[in-house]
Every structure is written in structure tokens, then in C-alpha cells.
Design a protein around this ligand. Sequence first.
Ligand code: F6P
Length: 329
Amino acid sequence: MAKNKNCKEKKLAILTSGGDSSGMNACIRAAVRYAMGKGYEVYGVRHGYVGLINDDIFEMKYSSVSNCVHTGGTILRTGRTSEFKKPEVLQAAINNLTKRDIHNLIVIGGDGSFRGVEDIHQNSDVNVIGIPGTIDNDMGYTDYTIGFDTACNTVLDAMLKLRDTITSHDRIMILEVMGRACGDIALYTSVAGGAEYVILPEAPVDVDAIAASVKKGFDKGKTSTIIVLAEGRNDLKEELMEKVKASTGRTVNHIALSYIQRGGTPSMSDRVLASRMAVRAVELIECGQSGRAVGVRGGDLIDMNVIEALNYPKKFDNQLYEIAQKISK
Ligand code: F6P
């Protein structure tokens, strides 16, 4: 939605919020460079909404984003806060922008960050655009979020190494991956990494059947088994370990890759996606748009109302799940 306001000042602020994800820096870089080329003064907000509240805002230069396209984490730092929900805190945060005549803001983050986008959109004359940055790939309106591909590649790299050691010992490895309530990291990596089983929040699980099947696999000559366990079903970890150990009589190891998945050099796909989304966000700002979320569908960039984006159901890729079942054991 375009806001009817006097936008004389070409000033734009950028922040990253929530869990960092690889590719955020490529996104910041592209937004800074493109906006500066369009004549904007660009400001960075440190530590996400926390910095907006604490007035931790600084002017960025062209060189502020030199040599960061390939780096993980976020040069703007990030943060999580629930303070933003308080109307007086929100207003104070907005004032920190408007007192500098900054009337444009780009927020890179996940669904929590997008709620902040909507709050600012509804309660100020600041034009605000959201870009999806999270490893979880849990935002239904977009096929991919920035950082997902890199996180998956990190998991695949670990899986390869784990396969070496468990094959040497004839063991079973439960590989726990992040994703909150979304099983995408688990599903994609299980297919791409040739894992034998994947356990996700989106699909029913029969632990007894898995335990029996793992045994059958070893009986037929298998030398190792990897079970990818999504964070959203890590409540099953103990039961799974006990039952698989009992049925096979073998050692069952567990590793949670945890924060390793968030860091590291962003993949080519994440850098390109981040750069494309940043340019679209600046274009929306140029057109006076606000309360929009940038995404990608079927390879094409899209943008939609941020509330619609937040309410967009995340579709489970049942076809890919079926493929995982067909090719795994
Ligand atoms: O949303 C990204 C994510 O890494 C999730 O996969 C994970 O559940 C969560 O953040 C961890 O959050 P925190 O950094 O607050 O521990």
C-alpha cells in the first residue's frame, strides 16, 4: 500500500532482526548500493528492533558494505525483543527514525520481524518493507527465505562426514537439524544427502516401524543409517534412540548441528536471492510502497501485503516427502 505522505527526504534505514542467516550481508550490501545509486542517504540500525528502540542508528557509506557479500552473520548485528509490542516503545522507536527525517525502512528477518514491519506500517508515516531472512524456510508466501540454502549445504557437509565415521563403526546416527516448527531443512537435506529416514513435524511418525526397518536394513547388509530429525520433533529423540538401539543392538549416536547451521559463507543461491530481493525492496520504497513483503515464487520475485504474507499457510511439500520415502531405505 502506498502512503500519502511528503517524502522529500531520500533517507532509508536498514535493519536485520531475529536469528541471523547467511546471505543477510549480501542483502544489506545490495540494498545499500542500489539505494545510494538512487540518491538515498542510507542508515544502518544495529541489533534489529533493539537498536531502533535504543537509537543505535548510524549513517552508512558505500564502503560500509565492502567485502561482505560472501560473509555469514549480519554486519548490522541482530536482536530479539518483545518490547516492540508495547505502543509507547514502538512510538519511541519510530521517533528515532523520523527525528532524522528517515521515512523509509527495510527489515530483513523472519515472521517475528515481519510483525514489526506491520506495526511500523500501521502506526507511522515510515514506508517499511520486509525481506525474508531465516534459515527455517518457514514463511509460506515465499518459496525460499535467505539462508535456507546455505544452512542445508552446511547440514549436507556434516552428513557426509558423519557417514564416514558411522560406516566405519556400523552405527546409526540421529542428525538433528534446526527449523523450529518447519521440517524443510530436514526434508531437503535428507533427500539431497541420501539419509535413510527423516522425521518431520508435518508428517506422522511411527517410531516402532522405523526401529524395525533400521534393523531390517542392517540384516540386509547396510553398514550405516542416518535418521534426520527435525527440531520440531526433537521430543522423539530419547524414544527413537532407545527403540533403535533395542531393535538393532547397535550404537545409536545423536548430534544436534544447532547454530553451526546459521553461520558460514552464503551459497551462491542465497547471495543471488538476497541481492534480487534487496533491489526489489528498494524499488518498492522508490514507488512509495509500504507494508509489503518481498518473496520469490517459481523463480520470480513477488511482493505482497505483509499481513497476507504472515497469514499465508506454509505448504508442506508432500511430493518431496514421498520421494524421500521412495528412495531412502
Ligand atoms: O529461526 C532460526 C533459528 O535458528 C531456529 O531454527 C531455531 O529454533 C532458533 O532460531 C534458535 O533461536 P535462538 O538464536 O534464539 O536460540
